[in-house]
Design a protein around this ligand. Structure first.
Ligand SMILES: [Cu+2]
Length: 118
């Protein structure tokens, strides 16, 4: 007498839990959809000079100016952790708060860029 009721209860429990599981599965990837973006450091320029990213994304500067060293120094109201002087390799920063983050290379006048975080 008891056993016929159990599958029905189980079915109700599964039906009730399913929408929750689906909602989690849908919101999970979109919440972490932030992707990595690159800024190439070459020819005494940051390319792209202006980069717009989503909050939570990581920006990687790729130092590819063979004989010229550069740095990434945060300037302005919104700050991030600046890089050391580098001749090769990469430097990455994850941006978690919206705003416009301006930066320069202090070794070369006019070498500047900005990261806009949405
Ligand atoms: Cu430079």
């Amino acid at each position: 007498m008891r056993t016929p009721f159990f599958p029905r209860l189980l079915a109700l429990a599964v039906a009730g839990a399913l929408p929750v599981a689906v909602a989690v599965a849908v919101s999970g990837p979109s919440a972490s959809a932030a992707t990595g973006k690159s800024v190439v450091v070459r020819d005494i320029k940051f390319n792209p000079g202006n980069l717009t990213i989503r909050r939570g994304s990581t920006v990687t500067w790729r130092f590819q100016d063979e004989t010229t060293k550069h740095n990434v120094i945060s300037r302005g109201a919104k700050r991030f952790k600046s890089s050391p002087v580098k001749g090769s390799g990469t430097y990455s920063v994850r941006f978690t708060r919206p705003g416009v983050y301006r930066y320069v290379c202090t070794l070369h006048i006019g070498m500047k860029g900005a990261i806009t975080v949405r």
